[in-house]
Ligand binder design. Structure first.
Ligand code: ADP
Length: 450
């Protein structure tokens, strides 16, 4: 079954290639789009057809909705896959696709809109009985009122942009003294980054774990979860290492959390692939947000379940029934993903774009590399610094870590600084090996030690 004739991939780099791979397996033709500096990129070469969509700045190319729709028309594509980032969680774009009669491979624009508001989605989940952290339900209306509520919630608190993403605008506030400044700064950042100044306050957990559930739902209302991922190894609130399953998961906790995750999907009328993110601390878990797209770290779920999530996305978007039942989906072994970023560890991990003069990717048992780079490739400075995703699979977590260490050793990327040495240090860290991690793992003693 082909599902579509021709799919336009409104993205670049590794994720564009990942999606094209699923299409190629199914005999679906692929259309790449590219910005000026990406004209020689791998995703352009991989596609059956490729069209320029504009200049380097994303607003002129990968975010240019009208141009992308026009290109889809011109190429005769019957569907668009947005990947992650760029337009993936832009409800306006999903709506535009619907109006233009082009299938958007993702949830409905209404779900994207509903989940795009951290505040709105928290309301919805609270009403449905899913645990949430104490917060200001109306957002922040005045400083005085915010001080009152924050006092009741108890410090530390976190100020977040309701429309936020990518950790942008989030600030931890230790006491009432810092609240006013954090709110004002948060509103300024939220307005300029997301065009919506709404911020809210939430209880800040000191050393939580980030645990998320992958779900898949069809348009007929059937839904399954594909177990959990642990994403606690982060820097600046951005994930660096993800694994599946979560190393501290128990049957009882999984039962409760997966039930909540599917509840989130049910009450929001969700379809296609999605991720429900929770914070976990001392036996309790709290809904944080739902990501209405394919995640960077979908790979580790694929490795432990054997389910091709992009293939499932295509199938669901075409209106097919979900052929997987919950009992069909089981966990086999353990998988870890390291996000390889072109960053300089000696310069506070700032992006280190440049030319790759030598490149050799690892292989062998249990290794998967999803990347958009190659020897001689020049990493453009204006996009994401993630250049590759290195994943390992093992029969158990220990074998998985051992394979990851071996693969990092094999991976040769010369010409730019990367996070590879840091990943090796994490894979050798005693606390990581025992699964004793939390979201401040890298800012605590571990980063200094390495
Ligand atoms: P974004 O959408 O900007 O990426 P999230 O709400 O998904 O932000 O949060 C990203 C990360 O920030 C989490 O994985 C966690 O590490 C941290 N975080 C967010 N909210 C809290 C909180 N209430 N307490 C502790 N850490 C938090």
């Amino acid at each position: 079954m082909k599902y579509f004739e021709k799919v336009l991939i409104a993205n670049r780099g590794e994720i564009a290639i990942r999606i094209m791979r699923a299409c190629r397996e199914l005999g679906i033709e692929t259309v790449a789009i590219y910005s000026e500096p990406d004209k020689n990129s791998l995703h352009v070469k991989y596609a059956d057809e490729a069209f320029p969509v504009g200049e380097a700045h994303p607003s002129k190319s990968y975010l240019n909705k009208d141009k992308i729709i026009k290109t889809a028309r011109q190429a005769g594509a019957d569907a668009i896959h947005p990947g992650y980032g760029f337009l993936a969680e832009n409800s306006g774009f999903a709506k535009l696709c619907e109006e233009e009669n082009i299938n958007f491979i993702g949830p409905s624009w209404k779900s994207i809109e509903a989940m795009g508001s951290k505040l709105g989605s928290k309301h919805m989940m609270e009403k449905a009985g899913v645990p949430v952290l104490p917060y200001t339900p109306e957002g922040v209306k005045s400083i005085d009122e915010a001080k009152k509520i924050a006092g009741k919630i108890g410090y530390p608190v976190i100020v977040k942009a309701s429309a936020g993403g990518g950790g942008i605008g989030m600030q931890i506030v230790e006491s009432e003294d810092g609240l006013e400044e954090a709110i004002e700064k948060g509103m300024r950042i939220a307005q300029s980054a997301f065009g919506d100044p709404t911020v809210f306050i939430e209880k800040y957990l000191v050393k939580p774990r980030h645990i998320e559930f992958q779900i898949l739902c069809d348009k007929q209302g059937n839904g399954v979860h594909l177990f959990d991922r642990e994403c606690s190894i982060q820097r600046r609130h951005q994930k660096l290492v993800e694994e599946a399953p979560c190393p501290i998961m128990t049957d009882e906790l999984r039962e409760k959390m997966s039930h909540s995750a599917l509840k989130v999907a049910e009450v929001s009328g969700y379809y296609n692939a999605g991720t429900v993110e929770f914070l976990y601390s001392e036996g309790n878990y709290y809904f944080m947000e739902m990501n209405t797209r394919l995640q960077v770290e979908h790979t580790v779920t694929e490795m432990i379940t054997g389910v091709d999530l992009v293939r499932q996305q295509l199938k669901i978007a075409a209106g097919e029934d979900l052929s997987l039942s919950q009992d069909d989906i089981t966990i086999r072994g353990h998988a870890i993903e390291c996000r390889i970023n072109a960053e300089d560890p000696l310069n506070n991990f700032t992006a280190d774009p440049g030319k790759i003069v030598r490149y050799r990717s690892p292989g062998g048992p249990g290794i998967r590399v999803d990347s958009g780079i190659h020897m001689g490739y020049s990493i453009p400075p204006m996009y994401d610094s993630m250049i590759s995703k290195l994943c390992s699979w093992g029969m158990n977590r220990q074998e998985c870590i051992e394979r990851m260490r071996r693969a990092i050793y094999e991976y040769v990327i010369i010409g730019v600084h990367t996070t590879l040495p840091m990943h090796h240090a994490i894979m050798c860290d005693r606390d990581f090996i025992t699964g004793n991690t939390h979201t401040h793992f890298l800012t605590d003693e571990h980063i200094k030690k390495n």
